[in-house]
Design a protein around this ligand. Structure first.
Ligand code: NCD
Length: 309
């Protein structure tokens, strides 16, 4: 499939990982590799608006960097909850309707699941979901999958252990859905019951024939993994501080865990990390999380090119 056919098949908005198929992913990854390091004007006169109702470092800055590297411009509000008219009571729908007339694309991060889909209903330009509460984070999943392919050389048959906050962590949810497109993938979800993955995701994975298992300790599955995908416990989404405390310290990757991890396996994390990966792990060549974050720029360049060029 060519880039143009792929573009025509895009839905115009990027809301969920479930929009993507293997052909589209192959084209996107090839474009990301081709665009890495490029600086030109192919998106000259195109404007991306960033509407962020929740904090972000990597997602917002890597999207902005991607846009600027392709000659586009960026407008936006970084703390939309307090510094946009939301504080005056404006609805998300009204804001999005207006911003649609100011920009060619809206990058939206919001604290409610389903917010990106709501925005897409009223937007007259593409909406990209940069994280909707505990819902999804499809562009993070794209860069995660791209990282797995680059680090391991393939995705088919890969064994991934998702660890940490699988209840509220949107990146793991989206990545699991993308991995389901590849035959032979086997997934383990490693978390205490209070933050274990939701039945909604498990049933979607099982419907696609993905082999899934649940565990409480990483050591239960560590011999049988190619990727450990660690995640932060999403403090901001807990209503019970006691539950958060129980969850926070449940799974930690340190030197002792690294000694048990197969030599060819990698450790990923969408970042930011708090204390779920000890700093001593950073110097291990299997620690792929900073390389993973760097891949975000190329993937987002490819995505912006597909949506805007
Ligand atoms: C993640 C997010 O915002 O969902 N960060 C990111 O986008 N790289 C993960 C997190 O906040 O823990």
């Amino acid at each position: 499939m060519t880039a143009t056919t792929a573009r025509n098949r895009m839905l115009g908005h990027v809301i969920t990982a479930e929009q993507f198929d293997r052909d589209l992913l192959d084209v996107l990854f090839a474009r990301a590799t081709a665009l890495a390091g490029v600086r030109d004007d192919r998106l000259a006169h195109r404007i991306m608006a960033t509407l962020f109702y929740e904090p972000s470092t990597r997602t917002r800055l890597s999207f902005e960097s991607a846009m600027l590297r392709l000659g586009g411009a960026v407008i936006g509000t970084e703390a939309a909850r307090t510094f946009s008219s939301a504080i005056k009571g404006e609805t998300l729908e009204d804001t999005v309707r207006m911003v649609s007339t100011y920009a060619d694309l809206i990058l939206l991060r919001h604290d409610e699941a389903g917010a990106a889909a709501r925005a897409a209903e009223v937007a007259s330009v593409p909406v990209v979901n940069a994280g909707d509460g505990p819902g999804e984070h499809p562009t993070q999943a794209l860069l995660d999958l791209y990282t797995i392919e680059r680090e391991l050389g393939h995705v088919e048959g890969v064994r991934v252990a998702f660890c940490g906050d699988l209840r509220f962590g949107r990146t793991a949810r989206s990545l699991a859905l993308l991995l389901a497109l590849y035959p032979g993938v086997r997934l383990a979800f490693v978390a205490p019951p209070v933050i274990q993955v939701g039945g909604d995701i498990l049933s979607r994975l099982e419907a696609r024939g993905v082999e899934c298992r649940l565990a409480e300790q990483l050591t239960d599955v560590i011999d049988d993994v190619d990727v450990v995908y660690q995640t932060r416990v999403q403090k901001e989404r807990f209503t019970d501080p006691l539950e958060y405390e129980q969850a926070r310290t449940a799974i930690r990757i340190d030197g002792a865990i690294m000694r048990q991890l197969p030599a060819t396996a990698i450790v990923m994390h969408p970042l930011p990390r708090v204390d779920e990966i000890a700093p001593e792990v950073d110097s291990d060549p299997r620690a792929a999380y900073f390389r993973q974050a760097a891949n975000g720029v190329a993937i987002r360049m490819a995505l912006l090119e597909m949506l805007l060029a």
